[in-house]
Design a binder for this molecule. Structure first.
Ligand code: ZN
Length: 373
């Protein structure tokens, strides 16, 4: 339940920097301009108030993931594929935990790894362009919030991949239904395929090469999930079989520097970079960033890849709100949801300060303790 609250003596992240200390008022689960009656008063002691963070790439198993997210100030999470619709879909828009949106089932090639090893139904396999419309219609029936497409690379050993024409047909079908398309790609050629097909958001960045200059276009939107790419390099990249293939030049070596350099190139080219972690608890995936905490690692990695701390904060707040049409959040202005993260220090100059959490509100519900209350 929300609680009327006035946060005093707080510097507000306004999307460009920090304001002078002021008061912020919450009532009815929203940020309001006038002080509410009988409000709880919180003295922020000059701390910084951020819009609740938005993780643009997670996989949610249960309510505990949403609690962990909120605990770390991640108040909105975008699930990018679940095999368990019956479990995940009812977790959307619960009170007092991170607010969940979901792609439901992704599109993959028939016989893809997601079907063979990750518990997805064979029906999500799309054999050719003629199957695109039915796939998207099924997602609409499931109530998916957007469409996820796994654009895999047929050159990777053991991979069943959608061909270019089918990827294009899926993007077009999703757009006909007014749905945003998120394309998963982990290699240079598939990154280009996703960009050429007009995917609205490309997620992950290659670890085996830097994205090409031709693919790095100003209008592009990317959720690179650097924390995941670093984890994959540290786990799969060290497996003896893959090292042998790399040594024989059958497959390029996995090197996290490629991912960082890809983000640097995309950012300089004018692409929109979004914060996403690929947080998951699926034992079938090669690495599992922890829900919530991984967002703070990701923000640090985005700064390492050349974003300023202000740009990294925008990548986790106002930017994803714009890209995913979440007009009710992402900024601290009257009328928006009271999704807030209070931290000590100045994350606009020291991104590590986002970890110094002293308070979290989800739609005006105080999730985590605050000082002076
Ligand atoms: Zn994922």
């Amino acid at each position: 339940m929300w609680e009327a609250t006035t946060i005093d003596n707080v510097r507000v992240f306004d999307g460009a920097g920090r304001t002078e200390p002021r008061s912020v008022h919450l009532d009815g689960g929203r940020i309001v301009s006038a002080p509410p009656d009988a409000a709880r008063r919180v003295d922020a002691r000059g701390g910084t108030l951020l819009p609740g963070l938005i993780d643009t790439h997670v996989h949610v198993e249960d309510r505990a993931d949403l609690e962990a997210s909120a605990h770390w100030g991640v108040t909105t999470v975008l699930d990018m594929g679940t095999p368990h619709l019956d479990r995940t879909m009812p977790l959307r828009h619960l009170d007092a935990v991170a607010d969940l949106f979901s792609a439901g089932h992704p599109a993959v090639a028939p016989g893809a790894t997601a079907i063979r090893k990750m518990g997805y139904p064979p029906s999500i396999g799309v054999a050719d362009p003629s199957g695109a419309e039915e796939h998207v219609a099924a997602r609409v029936r499931d109530g998916a919030d957007y469409v996820k497409i796994l654009v895999e690379d047929p050159k990777q050993p053991g991979t069943k991949a959608l061909d270019r024409a089918t990827v294009q047909a899926l993007v077009d079908a999703a757009h006909r239904h007014g749905l945003t398309v998120i394309a998963h790609t982990v290699t240079g050629p598939t990154f280009r395929t996703a960009v050429d097909a007009g995917a609205d958001v490309v997620t992950h960045v290659p670890v085996q090469a830097v994205v090409s200059r031709e693919a790095a276009r100003p209008g592009l939107v990317v959720s690179p999930t650097l924390v995941m790419m670093r984890g994959i390099c540290a786990t799969i990249g060290r497996r003896p079989a893959l090292r042998a293939l790399a040594a024989l030049r059958v497959m390029p070596r996995m090197d996290f520097t490629n991912s960082l350099d890809s983000v640097r190139r995309l950012h300089h080219a004018g692409a929109t970079v979004l914060a996403g972690t690929d947080a998951n608890r699926d034992p079938a995936t090669p690495f599992s960033p922890p829900h919530g905490e991984a967002m703070h690692q990701e923000l640090g990695l985005l700064v390492e890849a050349g974003l300023s701390p202000v740009e990294a904060l925008r990548a986790a707040t106002v930017r994803p709100a714009q890209v995913f049409g979440l007009a009710d959040r992402g900024e601290i202005t009257a009328g928006r949801r009271a999704d807030l993260l209070l931290v000590d220090g100045d994350p606009t100059t020291d991104i590590g300060a986002t970890r110094n959490i002293t308070g979290v509100w989800v739609a005006g519900h105080r999730f985590r303790g605050v000082p002076g209350s």
